[in-house]
Design a binder for this molecule. Sequence first.
Ligand code: B12
Length: 405
Amino acid sequence: MAAPIRVLTAVPICDGHDSAINTINLEFIRHGIEVVYLGYHRYAQDIVRAAIQEDVRAVGISSYNGGHVEFFVEVVKQLRKRGVDDIAVFGGGGGTITHDDQRVMQKRGVDKIFFAGTSLTDMVGWVHERYGKGPKRGSRDGAPVDMQLARKLTQIEDAYANGKALRKLAAKKSSGTRVIGFTGPGGAGKTTLIDELVLRLLHRDDTSRIAILSHDPSVVGEGALLGDRATMINSQHDRVFMRSMATRGQAGGLSPATEDCLQLLANSGFDYVIIETVGTGQEAMPFQSKLVDQTVLVMNPDYGARLQLQKIVMLDLADIVVVNKSDQERAKTAMSEIERRLQGNSREQQLLSTVAKRHRDSGVDELCDLLTQVKSSAAVKAAEMPVNQGQKGSAREGRARLRRA
Ligand code: B12
């Protein structure tokens, strides 16, 4: 089966006309297209960065408040400036974009404008026709690093979609790269928490580079709304590489191609690679990969009766359990019930409470401390060891030694 078409959609400024983009996203998804949705109030630079990292076939922009000629053309210009001429730009704005505007926009590189009155069926048909085929896209020598990485990730995803899974390579990663897995039920606030964590990681070290591999659910051969970017504000940053993946029919929170994609990212010199699962259920154990150094289970205080906790497998496996939304009434009870539940496990686990949506939340600071401390103490240990051992002993081994100590 061919891999679904991937497009990125965005709204430059939203003045209240949001119904169009929501309608169009849903229509695309219903017709087998994977939509990476970037949300509202996005700069051309954010759109271009995201389009390259997500390696989409086209960028669809919805604009209802004027300035569309300049904005659409700016996106085309910035894509070309970054050496990308095979990501198309298209979109619409109902009655606000005139036919004269369209002529100017097309002359300056915009692929297509849809006007008020076009049927959704015609629009979806056009997208399939126009962006469903075309030559295999590679990346030239000298192409931006983000683009090279993005195209390799696409090759991996496409290989799985076509039933030609790549041979799984032995798990290994660049020493110094820390891989952190985030999981938990839908609506617990994983994406917001990760975004806040990224903000802190970027501030603490102004050279650090972070990769995020984020998942949303989909059925084989169907479309998907890959919407985590719409929640991410701080992660739209030049030192952050983010990729959204659909699970493409696989249960358990990840996609069939995740492990290979994760391995590629873990070997690409990032300081941190953060992987986020889809919202998971009680039975999920998504992080079997040896690449993941530490796992964080993010919970909502409102999980139901205390008995429910006994059924959540990740409470046995997670290194850190975070009760997010801890400004909610039930949070104190949740903390003490989860603490009791963790006491039953005979292993070292941390329990934290956060309010990720709150700016400068001290719980998120604490989480960041925990995740970075392990990294720095492992690095110190590794540095203290004889060179051979130190090179062989990655951060993971360093941490294992630390734990034993
Ligand atoms: C519904 C609507 C509203 C709703 C919006 C509800 C919402 N949540 O989105 C409300 C009532 C809030 C509203 C408010 C206003 N609106 Co109004 N609104 C409309 C209306 C009637 C439909 C827009 C719509 O969403 N249609 C559904 C979509 C799916 O269809 P469409 O717009 O025809 O778009 C087609 C294509 O362009 C394409 N498309 C659109 N976006 C994208 C994106 C991609 C990626 C792709 C592929 C295709 C695509 O898809 C459609 C295919 O048929 C339009 C008329 C129009 N058609 O533009 C006026 C219109 C956009 N509004 C207008 C105005 C003036 C206003 C107000 C300023 C009115 C006022 N004085 O208060 C306010 C501004 C908002 C604010 N700041 O408060 C004017 C804009 C004039 C201009 N040239 O700038 C319009 C054109 C009406 C008019 N003829 O005067 N509005």
